[in-house]
Design a protein around this ligand. Structure first.
Ligand code: FBP
Length: 550
């Protein structure tokens, strides 16, 4: 495969490892854990993997001799920069344990385990993918592992390949499934351990023991570079308002991080919209007000950042979507049998009167997008809902009315953007390259120590890498019960933006100034080589959460 000079230089990058992991380690058990909520239900559902202690690796002088171990790895869900480094860290860790250890990769996500599609990952393959973006080494997929028939099919191939442990690299839903699988194999003494790794650009898989999910750092840096470029453009031509939707599903972490990095004129935080019970009209009025204020200074241009999942947080839309979810969970076939141009009328008749009014008021495109298929985990595919167009259109209508009433004199022209796929496969930043490699290496140590139902954890990552702390967190500790596909299920609790957290407070303290003035920051592209303050900085979100200055 032909490579660019940067790719060649990057392939030679040696990720930084925590000091402890460079030496002999031993495992120290911490406190026993409990699930974040619904303890009784979760304990009943996970009798073999509930309540396990936190784990930490520390340096040890005892030399241990381990036999070779075969492990499998799966990439699950949306791509996130650094996945290849988790696999290379895992591979190097397994080889350090014993040179004859083997790593098998199941192809195109969890489906590869069920369908027995796999490859052996050799040193040659691994070397091709070190420090690269993407999940193409083995591919990824969204097949949901939830059925004992799938678990048994998986067990067949795991036994055949003499695999003792499976590492599932995924987001909250995939790690939930990893835990269900760990419990299933533990309950039947199958001799298969399952370890999870926290992946997702969305940044919503985090808690006191998992500081961040990998990929968030790189994706936000890529989006911030693009937003900065757009800001430079609109500050040059002075004629467009740019409405920029950012991936991230429900949580607004990506939008907030990008706002902290680029200082746009407006950034919506869905969690605030929900807390303040803001209606769609209120959100539109706030943006229009900002446009009008800037127009008074002759600035008919600006940037608005919109989190992908906004629509679910607007109370009237949430009620509508809950009813749509329930209805579609039970009548999906009936609904898809209706002709496309009659689906809207059909759905309006099925909804309760209040929700029917909201549904009928939406532009055709958005109404249709709300009824598209849910993903295999029951999530509305918010990336398909064009909120950026909806808001740009509605702000335009409001400003036209204000113009008629003599309240607004400016010019309003818009451009809309959606940034998501542009960042998910970027070459990982040094932070993600190092973090991922350490996560993979830690997973190999959890395996050799016989652990199952744990997520690999690397903490203290705002410090230099050598001081990072590696260990394991029981997945059941992160769980609660939530409604999915119309039924209560155990799932890892999503971490949404905390309105009393330092990242949001920092944004809130500055946003009035950013709204009125032009305070843009242009972060530029990710740098891989150069001074540490340029190349190795974690996200602003993480720095602020850990009380560091940004
Ligand atoms: P994960 O939760 O699997 O990490 O996926 C993240 C994500 O990029 C979301 O931000 C986005 O809504 C979704 O994937 C898009 O899914 P798809 O890749 O199936 O279009």
């Amino acid at each position: 495969m032909k490579k660019s000079p940067l790719q060649i230089a990057r392939a030679a990058y040696q990720p930084k490892l925590p000091k402890t992991l460079k030496n002999q380690v031993k495992l120290v058990e911490g406190e026993k854990t409990q699930s974040v909520a619904d303890q009784n239900e979760i304990e009943k559902l996970f009798p073999n993997t509930y309540g396990m202690p936190l784990l930490k690796f520390v340096e040890s002088s005892e030399k241990s001799d381990f036999s070779a171990i075969n492990a499998g790895v799966i990439l699950s869900g949306g791509q996130a920069p650094g996945g290849h480094n988790v696999i290379s860290g895992l591979f190097d860790g397994l080889k350090a344990i014993h040179k004859d250890s083997k790593l098998y990769g199941f192809l195109i996500g969890p489906g590869g385990l069920v369908d027995h599609k796999y490859i052996e990952l050799t040193a040659e393959i691994i070397d091709e993918y070190r420090n690269t973006g993407g999940f193409d080494i083995i591919g990824s997929g969204r097949t949901k592992l939830e059925d004992p028939v799938q678990f048994e099919k998986g067990l067949e191939i795991l036994k055949k390949l003499n695999i003792k442990a499976l590492v599932i690299i995924g987001g909250d839903d995939s790690n939930t499934n990893a835990c269900v699988l760990a419990e299933y194999y533990a309950a039947k003494n199958a001799g298969i351990q399952v370890i999870g790794c926290p992946k997702t650009i969305d940044g919503d898989l985090k808690n006191e023991m998992i500081e961040t999910s990998f990929g968030f750092d790189t994706a936000c840096k890529v989006y911030s570079e693009l937003i900065g470029n757009i800001q430079r453009d609109c500050n040059s031509s002075r004629k467009y308002w740019h409405f920029i939707k950012l991936m991230g599903r429900s949580a607004s972490h990506i939008a907030l991080e990008c706002a902290l990095q680029t200082q746009p004129n407006f950034c919506i935080v869905s969690e605030e919209v929900e807390a303040k019970k803001q209606s769609l009209d209120e959100i539109v009025t706030n943006i229009a007000q900002s446009v009008s204020n800037r127009a008074k200074d002759g600035n008919d241009f600006g940037t608005v950042l919109i989190p992908e999942g906004l629509i679910e947080f607007i109370p009237e839309m949430r009620l509508l979507m809950d009813e749509l979810n329930d209805f579609l969970a039970h009548h999906a076939d009936e609904f898809s049998a209706i002709e496309k141009n009659k689906q809207r009328d059909y759905m309006t008749c099925k909804l309760s009167p209040k929700n029917a009014i909201v549904y009928a008021s939406l532009p055709e495109g958005v109404a249709h997008q709300l009824t598209l298929d849910r993903d295999p985990h029951g999530n509305v595919q918010v990336s398909l809902i064009e909120t950026e167009k909806l808001l740009a259109e509605m702000v335009g209508v409001k400003l036209a009315q204000w113009k008629k009433d003599g309240k607004y004199m400016g010019k309003f022209a818009t451009q809309v953007h959606f940034f998501g796929y542009e960042g998910r496969c970027a070459a990982p930043s040094n932070y993600d390259a190092d973090y991922c490699y350490a996560l993979g290496y830690t997973a190999s140590l959890l395996i050799v120590n016989g652990k199952t139902g744990y997520m690999s954890s690397v903490r203290n990552t705002t410090e230099p890498a050598e001081n990072w702390i590696a260990g394991g967190v029981p997945v059941t500790m992160m769980m609660n019960m939530e409604k999915r596909h119309g039924e209560m299920k155990p799932v890892i609790q999503k971490a949404l933006v905390k309105l009393n957290g330092s990242p949001f407070k920092t944004f809130a303290a500055n946003r009035e100034q950013w709204a009125k003035e032009t305070c843009y920051v242009y972060p530029g592209p990710i740098q891989y080589f150069g001074p540490t303050e340029v190349c190795d900085q974690p996200s602003k979100t993480l720095l602020l959460e850990q009380g560091k200055t940004t």
